[in-house]
Design a protein around this ligand. Structure first.
Ligand code: 11C
Length: 345
């Protein structure tokens, strides 16, 4: 079965990554592209300033960009991928859900809402059934599903592995985030060469709340957020793609480095099209993972971890993921695959 898919915000950095992933996808077919009003009505290759390192597919270049309203998307589109700015997403996504579309969204609005599934399929696929609660409460035929922020996605799978093995009381993280997370890459990113920017755009709060929701338990009616305290400090560095993070944990049970490595290595992946063969790649070398060397593993969908050490009361480790693939477009596509596998499409 091929699902006809639309992309909201198709001309932006994540929209371009969505096209890269969806154009060759065996289960999804790109059937509609939308963008802001100044792009609507143009050919895609005239509307979008293509900024990623793969060519724009011919079939997409010739498509006409629509406005971002349900009326501009054909009725036979079943699934919408949204990479809208959150201020637009919070207005537009509910309108699509009300019109009957299922929306897999990367935008940050509504991620903390009680009735909105926030999922990393390998970590908390069961939360997807929160859709039933959402439909009861909102009366939608469609549904809204979110993936978390790219900096949250990078650390949560290794944390889930440690939580399952030892229990987690406290999580502290400091990030080194690539410029593509701010929507720009290539030459314009040179603006921050010889610099680093601390405390970027509300990222800390997102990491603190989203990780607790993702690691929480779903009982069929609500998600009880994980009780660990989470403190985050987020920093922008002049890397093009790939967020690197330093994480400290307090564990409930004693944990050795070897046990932690085993817990991460054996943490299961899924049999979805975009899942990596191995979810968490664990490095022995203390100076890995590094963005340029390690972000592209398993088509940019793997998480890398390394530098695992025992601390007083817990463990410290570093982790890395490709922020616009695993952390954004790939995360939304994977949620789309989960929706298909679970019969929502
Ligand atoms: C960054 N993580 O690197 C951000 C970009 O909540 O999805 C993605 C923001 C989000 O700046």
């Amino acid at each position: 079965m091929t699902v006809r898919a639309g992309i909201l915000g198709a001309t932006g950095a994540v929209g371009q990554r969505l096209i890269q992933l969806l154009e060759p996808h065996p289960e999804f077919e790109i059937a509609a592209l939308t963008a802001s009003e100044d792009s609507a009505g143009k050919r895609y290759d005239e509307a979008a300033k293509w900024r990623i390192d793969v060519p724009i597919p011919d079939s997409v270049a010739e498509m006409t960009v629509g406005a971002t309203t349900p009326e501009d998307v054909p009725d036979d589109v079943d699934l919408i991928f949204s990479s809208l700015p959150s201020s637009v997403g919070e207005e537009v996504e509910p309108a699509f859900c009300e019109a009957g579309y299922i929306v897999s969204s990367n935008s940050s609005n509504a991620r903390a809402d009680d009735d909105v599934p926030l999922t990393i399929p390998e970590v908390n696929a069961d939360h997807i059934d929160l859709i039933e609660v959402q439909r009861d409460e909102r009366g939608w035929d469609g549904a809204l599903v979110k993936n978390p922020n790219c900096s949250t996605i990078t650390m949560v799978p290794p944390l889930a592995a440690l939580d399952e093995a030892f229990g987690l009381d406290r999580i502290t993280v400091s990030t080194l985030q690539a410029v593509s997370g701010a929507g720009y890459s290539g030459v314009t990113s040179m603006e921050i060469i010889d610099n680093a920017i601390p405390h970027i755009g509300g990222e800390e709060r997102k990491m603190e709340t989203e990780s607790r929701k993702l690691l929480g338990e779903f009982d069929g009616a609500e998600v009880s957020w994980h009780g660990a305290r989470v403190d985050a400090s987020c920093n922008r560095i002049p890397t093009l793609d790939g967020h690197l993070e330093n994480v400290w944990t307090d564990t409930e049970a004693d944990a050795t480095v070897e046990e932690a490595k085993e817990a991460m290595r054996s943490y299961p992946t899924l049999d979805l099209h975009s899942s990596p063969e191995q979810l968490i790649h664990v490095f022995e070398q203390p100076d890995r993972p590094q963005p340029r060397l390690d972000r592209d593993a398993d088509n940019g969908m793997a998480i890398a971890a390394g530098g695992i050490q025992e601390t007083d009361g817990g463990l410290q480790f570093n982790c890395l993921a490709h922020n616009t693939l695993r952390g954004a477009a790939g995360a939304s596509v994977l949620n789309g695959e989960l929706l298909l596998e679970r019969g929502y499409l």
